[in-house]
Ligand binder design. Sequence first.
Ligand SMILES: [Zn+2]
Length: 136
Amino acid sequence: MTTPEELLERAADVATRAYVPYSSFRVGAAAVDSDGNVHTGANVENAAYPATICAEANAVTTAAALGVRKIDAIAVVHLDGDLGDLCTPCGNCRQILKEFGVETVIMRNPDGSPHTVTLEQLLPMAFGPEAFDAER
Ligand SMILES: [Zn+2]
């Protein structure tokens, strides 16, 4: 079982490889799937800003491309900017996390300890796959 601290470490490691020539704001994410495998992603910026990919989206879509359909938890870490702030997933990423059943979101406190919340806390009354009763 991957601990929150280990997931934060994996997220911080992949954040060092973020492609951020415009913001210099490096973010990494590490998602653990229902089989216990960890999938990582970093943010990848684009000169056409809306084409930028967030770290969380990168990690989750990389897992999805491997056939993963359920992710239990994801850790998100940023390396730059005001380290007094938690790096919370953006609204678009919260919806992506909802699609793959993420239950737990782990951020890093300024002292390095995990700050754990539920996706329900970040995205209450979310619209999700259950609306379609779709097979995943
Ligand atoms: Zn995002």
